[in-house]
Design a protein around this ligand. Structure first.
Ligand SMILES: [Zn+2]
Length: 345
């Protein structure tokens, strides 16, 4: 089959990988319909995080082509959303909501396990990993939003959940990438009354507004801190959501969180989390990789009935032949998030 191959920093190319086959009775083979490039793929692409040579891509929706003898819950022909990791949903960690820590689980597109940027994927633990989508004949817009559940919208939801966003609260979202935008949408969905989006790009501000942002702060650094404090009467945000992971964005989240609050953090930290700065304001930090498999069923209904449209974050589209362009567009910040059209439903 044809698939994106990670060859090293700056080099993701179309190549060949073996056609996936059922290896364990709990496996399924899924033919990929839509895949995409994640902000975390960019860390690998830029050489800022290590990645093994080989398969890449951990977000996809597709159609189940074949299931092993022990797979329950999904059947051949099902349209499915794959969370970005596979997990058994039965171990103590999965049952405690931390699927990322599942000892039987693993990552798609890690160089060895098939990735979502390819024509097909062998999905381990398929019955407990894949989420079937009810109904047929979904619009392209719905399919794009279903793809967003695989990671970016689940992660946006996670950061809001981690920070304990509640009805009527004031939320500040640091980061206007796809996750930050989804965090705005998730905060609105959870009932936040005021949502301050930190963004300096007009096209991202536009989506943030559509997703529910009530205020936009264009400044960065200490100027941004002051602007958010001014908007909140000097108190700070009830929930600060860190969606980037750089030293500057982490420092901003620390500065704009109100005393006694919890900062949600889902940007993979590439800087120190300044706990010593927040300690004397009784601020907590909570976050990590989202347990997407747990959130997808809850978010799926809202996508299918049109309540949320997280697929809006895909503003660049290409196919597997042009996978290198999908990365370049995001690397050069021409795209918020690149969608890769791979197969028909
Ligand atoms: Zn588990």
């Amino acid at each position: 089959m044809r698939a994106a191959i990670f060859k090293g920093p700056g080099a993701v190319e179309l190549g060949e990988r073996p056609d996936p086959v059922i290896q364990e009775p709990t496996d399924a083979v899924v033919r990929v319909v839509l895949g995409c490039v994640c902000g975390s793929d960019l860390w690998y692409y830029r050489g800022e995080s290590p990645h093994a040579a080989g398969s890449i891509g951990h977000e996809f929706i597709g159609v189940v082509e074949q299931v092993g003898a022990d797979v329950r819950g999904v059947r051949e022909g099902d349209l499915v959303v794959a969370p970005f990791i596979y997990s058994d949903m039965s171990c103590p960690h999965c049952l405690n909501g931390s699927t990322i820590s599942c000892p039987a689980g693993g990552n798609f597109g890690n160089g060895v396990i098939d990735g979502g940027q390819g024509q097909a994927v062998r999905v381990p633990l398929a019955g407990s990993t894949l989420v079937p989508v009810p109904g047929t004949g979904h619009s392209d817009q719905t399919l794009r939003s279903l793809l967003a559940l695989s990671d970016v919208m689940s992660t946006g939801h996670h950061v809001a959940v981690m920070a304990g966003v509640k009805k009527g609260e004031t939320v500040a979202v640091v980061g206007d990438g796809a996750v930050g935008l989804c965090a705005v949408l998730a905060s609105r969905r959870l009932g936040a009354e005021r949502i301050i989006a930190l963004s300096r790009h007009p096209e991202r501000q536009k989506i943030a507004r559509e997703f529910g942002a009530t205020d936009i702060v264009e400044a960065r650094g200490e100027e941004a801190d002051q602007a958010v404090l001014a908007l909140t009467g000097g108190i700070g945000a009830d929930a600060a959501l860190e969606c980037v992971g750089t030293a500057q964005s982490i420092a901003t989240a620390a500065a704009i969180a109100r005393p006694g609050s919890v900062v949600g953090i889902v940007g993979v930290p590439h800087g120190q989390v300044p706990f010593n700065q927040t300690f004397f304001r009784n601020i907590g930090w909570r976050g990590g990789p989202a347990p997407a498999r747990i959130y997808i069923p809850e978010l799926l209904g809202d996508v299918l009935d049109g309540t949320i449209d997280p697929g809006r974050v895909f503003d660049y589209e290409t196919d597997l032949d042009h996978i290198a362009d999908a990365y370049q567009a995001m690397d050069e910040r021409r795209a918020i998030k690149s969608l890769v059209r791979i197969g028909a439903v």
